[in-house]
Design a protein around this ligand. Structure first.
Ligand code: HPA
Length: 278
């Protein structure tokens, strides 16, 4: 067994001893969006770094680092409140460790959310954006190195990184709930500084609608493992140069919190409509 395989087994053994029921769905909550976890019923909360063997811990304000097991809309799920970022100094394989662990837990559907800066000039702070595709601008890749998928799928196809039937469910849900939902291409950068205006202009020309410092590595790994992904961004600010406003993390979290009502409503209704397991 590989070193990663051994670590995952120990993490998994720990979780399986504690959780009452295997979750069908995983949800990763981005900056300022963590309150969605309050909707979960019968929750069992496990602090990542302290408790789960080998699970790296997060260091960012606004990211608690909790694994929360419970139910929403009667569906057993796992919410990861507080993800790991590349800019914290974690290696790429640490950043995606939770994805491998979720896969071991037999999670096959995953909702990944994030805060993002709006590049598309038609967007506004507080908008929600369905991620239809992404650009990996991390200059790195979580799949580099020994193949952590037991030799399988070394060269994953990325023609549909965001599972098309989930896109349709999200769009229809937003229409039914009358919640405005933008859609667009997300570009992922390492951060942690916000972009320069010239970088944002480059990203715009490359075809990006929004920019974030997370998500892309997790989505690549999920695709390698055959986990189906839905991506949802909260546009917390217009990216540098699109608006004159200076950027800071506190404001990002603030705007995400203002959008939290519609974010929670949309997420809950999408979860209700997602197929149970395939
Ligand atoms: N850039 C990168 N990541 C972000 C931003 C941004 O403007 N806003 C929220 N996350």
């Amino acid at each position: 067994m590989s070193l990663l395989g051994k670590k995952l087994k120990e993490s998994l053994d720990y979780l399986q001893r504690r959780i009452p029921q295997s979750p069908h769905l995983g949800v990763i909550l981005g900056s300022g969006l963590g309150n969605f976890a309050d909707l979960i019923e019968n929750s069992l909360i496990i602090a990542t770094g302290e408790k789960i063997p080998h699970c790296p811990r997060t260091t960012v304000p606004g990211h608690d680092g909790l694994w929360i097991f419970g139910k929403i809309a009667n569906k057993p799920l796992l919410i990861l409140k507080g993800r790991l970022h590349f800019y914290e100094g974690h290696s790429m394989s640490e950043v995606v460790y939770p994805i491998y662990l979720m896969h071991k837990l037999k999670i096959r559907n995953l909702i990944i959310t994030n805060a993002a800066g709006g590049i598309n000039p038609l967007f506004h702070p507080g908008d929600l954006m369905l991620v239809v595709d992404h650009i990996n601008f991390f200059m790195n890749n979580p799949l580099i190195g020994i193949n952590n998928n037991q030799g399988k799928n070394r060269f994953p196809d990325m023609s549909h990184p965001y599972y098309p039937p989930f896109l349709e469910i999200a769009e229809n849900t937003a229409i039914d709930l009358k919640i405005p939902l933008q859609s667009g291409v997300l570009i992922g950068t390492p951060g942690p500084n916000y972009e320069t205006a010239a970088e944002v202009e480059m990203f715009r020309r490359l075809g990006a609608d929004a920019v974030t410092m997370s998500t892309v590595p997790e989505v690549i790994t999920a695709n390698q493992l055959g986990v189906k992904v839905l991506g949802l961004s909260c546009i917390t600010n217009m990216a540098t140069g699109i608006s004159e406003q200076k950027l800071n993390h506190a404001e990002t979290i603030n705007v995400a919190k203002q959008a939290q009502n519609k974010f929670q409503q949309l997420m809950k209704a999408i979860i209700e409509r997602l197929p149970d397991h395939q």
